[in-house]
Design a protein. Structure first.
Length: 285
């Protein structure tokens, strides 16, 4: 019954919506994402920008990042609903999964509030990441669902932790990050517990499939978070290439994925052979 004890608190999540003092519009008085979490950080395009241009750019990256967050949570909720469709009401995970779904819906509504007030375009995810979402749903492999969900949550959590502790972050982004960290801690603990338990029950074919499929999913998640339209909107010449090739960005993702990749090594999803695949994809040092 540990799962029930860790279940999200409905009162706490109900308070989430009213916990943010939304301004009519989001100004650029502070950073919307911690500068180190901006994909152009420390590139030639970054050095060519003034401080105020960088803060404006941070608003667009934040809107794009939150849009990615909405997409992730939509895929996640679809995967959870798929499970709940068959899950007996007496199952210890039943209540948790419904409350997790409710929390994800609130998070997405919160992200959308930011985007509406930020005055940026809606940075709808690109075709590649949308295709991956469809594929995850079609294939319907539970272990891959949980592993993909956890990857998305780990990436978002690293952003949230940086934004919540940075003294430079805008109060709105800081508050959003703090609220998200609190809810996601329970989701990630549940996902880890479930993955560790169900991985041991997978047959060799499913393990083989998961080991090849997962690095592609995680690579696509990272590919999707660097949105080319941000640079087109702001007319940053060669911005997408600079962002994608940025060594700082690559190293940051490897560092932020470390708790996840270490967990996968520990439970045997990433074996010494598959480490090479993860390294080749730029997901592991
Ligand atoms: Fe969330
Ligand atoms: Fe979550």
């Amino acid at each position: 019954m540990t799962m029930e004890l860790k279940a999200p608190d409905a009162d706490k999540t109900a308070a989430t919506e009213s916990a943010i003092d939304w301004p009519t519009s989001i100004d650029d008085s502070a950073w919307h994402f911690d500068p180190e979490y901006l994909h152009l950080y420390d590139t030639s395009a970054w050095h060519a920008m003034s401080e105020s241009e960088r803060r404006t750019y941070s608003r667009h990256e934040a809107a794009s990042g939150y849009r990615w967050g909405i997409w992730i949570e939509n895929v996640l909720v679809r995967c959870l609903m798929d499970q709940l469709y068959e899950l007996p009401a007496q199952d210890p995970a039943h209540k948790f999964l419904y409350l997790e779904t409710a929390e994800e819906c609130r998070h997405s509504a919160m992200f959308a509030e930011f985007i509406k007030r930020a005055g940026t375009p809606d940075y709808t995810p690109t075709g590649r990441i949308r295709f991956m979402g469809m594929l995850l749903e079609w294939t319907g492999i539970r272990i891959v669902h949980y592993l993909s969900i956890l990857a998305g949550e780990e990436i978002a959590d690293a952003y949230d932790r940086a934004n919540s502790r940075s003294p430079r972050t805008h109060p709105v982004s800081k508050r959003m990050a703090t609220l998200h960290v609190i809810d996601e801690a329970a989701h990630m603990a549940f996902a880890r517990e479930t993955i560790a338990k169900i991985w041991t029950t997978q047959d060799p074919v499913r393990r083989w499939l998961t080991r090849w499929y997962l690095p592609i999913v995680v690579y696509t998640l990272i590919d999707g978070i660097v949105h080319p339209s941000v640079y087109e909107t702001l007319r940053i010449r060669d911005g997408y290439r600079l962002a994608w090739d940025n060594a700082h960005r690559r190293e940051r993702f490897i560092r932020d994925l470390k708790p996840y990749t270490e967990f996968l090594i520990q439970i045997g999803v990433i074996t010494p052979f598959y480490r090479r695949v993860w390294r080749a994809a730029g997901l592991l040092a």
